[in-house]
Design a protein around this ligand. Structure first.
Ligand SMILES: [Zn+2]
Length: 175
């Protein structure tokens, strides 16, 4: 087993560079196929399964790849600390980007959309944080709230409701 160096590539270009380095230092071939798979992997905004990846690859007929190649390449990406395996409790193993795990997820409680943000101060704090009798492998922080789109819509709806109520009130008074 090669020693696993902890890398934290930020952004797609840095990840491709990290994969490049990983393949070089481990004497693995830099096939266009592997980079093409990485490209597809980076296009997933959330976690994905090998099946999802296969579908995404199949939509691109110029690059037919077998499922075993996908498994093998995804394993390399896990080994390179670009992806990590997620046990979702379902039958299929899912994967997600390590840099996504280390982002703060802002989740809107109204529409359910999630936005990823980076907070370097927070990251530095979490990376330095040690817990007694415990070794951290990753963390996952979700902040719940309301996105701007929903906040605006809710405000508008409230205004409309208020004006309907005001009309009802004035109708009552004139009767
Ligand atoms: Zn929302």
């Amino acid at each position: 087993m090669p020693s696993k160096k902890v890398i934290e590539p930020q952004g797609d270009e840095a990840i491709i560079e990290a994969f490049n380095n990983y393949l070089s230092t481990n004497n693995k071939r830099k096939t266009p196929e592997r980079y093409h798979i990485l490209d597809k992997v980076l296009s997933f905004p959330k976690m994905f399964t090998i099946e999802n990846l296969k579908v995404a690859m199949n939509s691109d007929e110029s690059f037919p790849v077998s499922k075993s190649t996908l498994y093998y390449t995804v394993d390399l990406l896990v080994e390179a600390n670009i992806l990590r395996r997620v046990n979702t409790g379902g039958q299929a193993l899912a994967y997600e980007r390590v840099d996504h795990v280390k982002s703060i997820h802002l989740k809107c409680e109204v529409c359910g959309k999630t936005k990823l943000v980076k907070d370097t101060n927070f990251m530095a704090y979490m990376n330095a944080r040690r817990f007694a009798a415990f070794t951290t492998s990753y963390y996952n922080l979700t902040v719940y709230g309301t996105c701007n789109d929903c906040a605006r819509r809710l405000k508008r709806e409230q205004r409309e409701k208020n004006s309907i109520n005001a009309k009802k009130q004035s109708n009552k008074r004139t009767k």
